[in-house]
Design a protein around this ligand. Structure first.
Ligand SMILES: [Zn+2]
Length: 71
């Protein structure tokens, strides 16, 4: 008999929600970039587009695009 334990993923504190929108196009954001000057949100498309330019100067880079692929 198998137990039906619900596995809980430890959510990142700064997890993105459906209310977070891409700064470029307004689509749901899956990437949060923390810069010295502030925070930017991007959808998967624009996050990938900006990654090369922004990642080297980003304080933190939260990429939740795997949520897109998971469903
Ligand atoms: Zn976008």
């Amino acid at each position: 008999m198998q137990s039906t334990e619900i596995e809980q993923e430890p959510e990142a504190i700064s997890s993105l929600t459906a209310a977070d929108r891409c700064d470029e196009c307004g689509a749901q954001a899956y990437i949060r970039v923390e810069l010295a000057t502030g925070e930017l949100l991007f959808c998967g498309h624009h996050g990938n587009e900006k990654r090369e330019a922004l990642q080297p100067i980003a304080i933190s880079w939260l990429d939740e695009t795997e949520k897109l692929l998971a469903r």
